[in-house]
Write a protein that binds this ligand. Structure first.
Ligand code: PSU
Ligand code: MN
Length: 344
């Protein structure tokens, strides 16, 4: 049950909020530690609301110093709305769940010198003692490990537009299929193939819901002209969905559906901040063309496009990005707080 999972977790957390995992490598016992910030560990053991946050958006998604400013603002918004923020990253080979002010600053300054860390990269970064900024997939993995049910970000990865040549489909989608965490985001950027991303999420069995809208949002704009299977839900609707996954807590002990998948909650960018779809779209087309010409592929593609689109729009895309992340944070924190209330 949720309560015994929580008790189990508490046993794993020592006084420093560290989860110790003894692992044998070539007959030598190594201890791989996951560091949980004291504030996060305390909130988790008391059943208080915690909101997970990713770090690739800091290192690769925004330039310095706006990245640091935004990361701090987002953490402040989580606190102001009654939850504890847990920004997740790997520092010197140690996965950290919740960063100190200094650690957050270090990551922001590292920028793209930190390694973009998706699920497949976790082992490598930990083994090398490196600094990794976690993407949506890796952040979900660590959030689930300590039973944080809600994770807020800007946008997730998806099916790339030239997928038929490259098979480039973000591991964020497969992670959503296997990890029970609700990801609150502003949809999928139109640098990706949005209809195919939604098709693939259906194939993977991922619940996709849209917050107070009937259409799947396209990150910079409110609409992608794609319908969402479960639409126009409120905070209460989000809570009802979350009760269907095991990482969360139900007031009604008879509800034990335990779907092992994640949930995608798409929140449209507030109208007053939505960038001109026309300007963004032409910047996206140009940036994609440049990426093809310079043969920028794989995990370098998304960061390249984000930076280039920001240049081409004279910073308009960055401003929209910051605004939507903050808006997602308010919604996601409300969900986390309402969920924690069920446990009281
Ligand atoms: N989309 C954005 N901003 C981002 C990302 C995606 O609008 O910062 C980051 C997220 O960390 C996401 C990752 O998980 O890029 C996806 O990368 P890829 O397409 O290589 O899977
Ligand atoms: Mn990819």
């Amino acid at each position: 049950s949720a309560v015994s999972r929580l008790a189990n977790l508490q046993r794993h957390l020592d006084l420093n909020g560290t989860i110790n995992k003894a692992v044998e490598v070539n007959g030598i016992e190594r201890s791989i530690k996951v560091k949980v910030a004291p504030e996060v560990s305390e909130a988790l053991s008391l059943g208080r609301a915690v909101v997970a946050l990713e770090s690739t958006i800091i290192s690769h998604g925004m330039p310095y110093p706006q990245n640091l400013e935004t990361a701090r603002d987002v953490e402040r918004i989580v606190r102001e709305n009654g939850a504890v923020p847990a920004t997740i990253a790997i520092l010197d080979g140690t996965p950290c769940i919740g960063l100190s002010i200094e650690e957050l600053e270090r990551l922001a300054i590292l920028g793209t010198r930190a390694q973009k860390t998706a699920r497949r990269d976790i082992a490598h970064v930990v083994a090398q003692g490196g600094n990794g900024a976690t993407t949506v997939s890796a952040t979900m993995f660590f959030a689930a490990m300590v039973h944080i049910p809600v994770f807020v970000t800007g946008g997730i990865g998806g099916v790339h537009r030239h997928w038929e040549q490259t098979l480039d489909v973000s591991s964020d989608l497969t992670e959503l299929a296997r990890t029970p965490v609700a990801v609150v985001c502003a949809g999928v950027k139109s640098i990706l193939d949005i209809p195919r991303t939604l098709e693939y999420l259906e194939t993977l069995g991922v619940c996709v819901a849209a917050y107070k809208t009937n259409e799947f949002p396209a990150f910079f704009t409110e609409s992608s002209e794609c319908k969402v299977p479960f639409y126009s839900i409120s905070i209460t609707g989000c809570i009802q969905l979350l009760q269907c996954i095991p990482n969360s807590y139900s007031a009604d002990a008879s509800i034990k559906l335990n779907l092992e998948t994640g949930i995608l909650i798409a929140v449209p960018i507030p109208q007053e901040h939505s960038a001109s779809g026309h300007i963004i779209e032409s910047a996206i087309q140009k940036a994609i063309k440049e990426a093809r010409e310079s043969n920028i592929t794989g995990n370098a593609e998304t960061p390249f496009l984000l930076a280039r689109i920001n240049d081409l729009t004279g910073g308009a895309s960055l401003a929209a990005n910051i605004a939507l992340v903050k808006n997602n944070t308010i919604v996601g924190t409300q969900v986390a707080v309402a969920l924690a209330k069920l446990r009281e």
